[in-house]
Ligand binder design. Structure first.
Ligand code: SAH
Ligand code: SF4
Length: 340
């Protein structure tokens, strides 16, 4: 029986190691290799007995394609143990390296503009499968990951337990040691799960994908997403419990949700709670009929929000030439991918 290291807390790993008849301190050695030394090959963990090294697994996935962008962004397509494929992206900046991770293979939400939503849900990822994306990106980029955003494929709060276990591992000083403030979970806004998350002792950032100022347009773009009133009420609970400002994400789709009227509607919603609005210009997806607005149109939308007193920002697109938008590398024909 193999021990999957990333699925365990340090205490759980100690128990698993002892169940194999080994001494508990061996778990500390494994933890040191995996998290402090960023070594994921058990055969290179030179102070472990061979028998134990043969019984542990760190990575269950391998890189099947990678795409690098001129700005340093690296996108990996990983194949999991059962052949499912997920993407993750590493985005370096001067002081930080942000990992964008997937929580599901596919997604059941079916948002009409999203490449991941086109094929439906294949399955949930385990906590370890979420975490190994961070290790693969560390390896590919050669730098430690400082920030993690749950903005890859899948709806994190529809895979609640694995998402929360992964977040706990990321902010655990014995494991990844990332500051909770540098971890962002993005959701379409599942009110029950947001309330549950508000009750966990996790001072992370919650990002809610709004994308529309009214329910009619929101249903058109995000057919499975709950009504705005319920989502915003749950977001207010999150703020009240955690005292962390919520981020509202709004993907600008040319001629669909970027009108003056939409800006006014969005400002009205945003002013109901303590939040920041993040505007993102749409990254076009092959076979999907939405278009990316011009930079000038996006700036005009931003200015309208700010004039109404909303704290808003226009997010810079990173890695556009690396197919960095959600789900796009996975959908690209294999012949167009850069082999590793
Ligand atoms: N399922 C979660 C998290 C993953 S998607 C969610 O929807 O929030 C992360 C963000 O990327 C969401 O705000 C989503 O709407 C946005 N997104 C998806 N496809 C996009 C595209 N082609 N261009 C720009 N943003 C996109
Ligand atoms: Fe799923 Fe998010 Fe894509 Fe919607 S935008 S289909 S919720 S991954």
């Amino acid at each position: 029986m193999s021990i999957r290291v990333l699925e365990h807390t340090p205490a759980g790993l100690r128990r698993a190691v002892e169940a194999l008849g080994e001494r508990g301190y061996r778990a500390d050695q494994i933890i040191d290799w995996v998290y402090a030394k960023a070594c994921s090959d058990p055969q290179k963990m030179t102070n472990l007995p061979d028998a134990l090294a043969g019984h542990i697994t760190v990575l269950t996935s391998h890189v099947v394609a990678r795409a690098a962008s001129r700005d340093g962004t690296v996108k990996l397509l990983l194949e999991l143990g059962d052949g499912e494929r997920v993407e993750c992206v590493g985005i370096p900046a001067r002081q930080r390296v942000t990992a964008c991770v997937s929580t599901q293979a596919g997604c059941a939400q079916g948002c009409t503009f999203c490449a991941t939503g086109l094929d439906g849900l294949q399955r949930n990822l385990t906590a370890g499968e979420i975490l190994e994306q961070v290790l693969n990106l560390t390896d590919a980029g050669g730098r430690r990951v400082t920030n993690v955003v749950f903005m890859g494929a899948g709806e994190p709060l529809a895979n609640y337990d694995a998402t929360v276990s992964a977040v706990r591992a990321l902010i655990d000083s014995e494991r990844f040691g990332i500051s909770a403030r540098s971890v962002t979970v993005s959701t379409v806004g599942l009110p029950g799960a947001i309330r549950r998350l508000a009750g966990e002792d996790l001072p992370i950032t919650l990002a809610i994908s709004l994308h529309a100022p009214n329910d009619a347009l929101r249903r058109e773009l995000m057919p499975a997403a709950p009504p705005l009133d319920d989502v915003l009420a749950a977001a207010a609970t999150f703020y009240a419990r955690r005292k962390r400002e919520v981020t509202l994400e709004y993907v600008l789709l040319a001629g669909v949700n970027d009108s003056t009227l939409c800006a006014k509607g969005l400002a009205r919603l945003a002013k109901r709670l303590r939040c920041n609005v993040n505007l993102i210009r749409y990254n076009p997806v092959a076979g999907v009929a939405y278009a990316r607005p011009s930079e000038a149109a996006a700036r005009a939308f931003l200015a309208r929000l700010r004039r109404q007193g909303v704290n808003a920002h226009l997010r810079r697109s990173r890695g556009r030439d690396a197919d960095a938008a959600c789900g796009q590398l996975r959908r690209r024909p294999a012949s167009h991918r850069q082999r590793t």
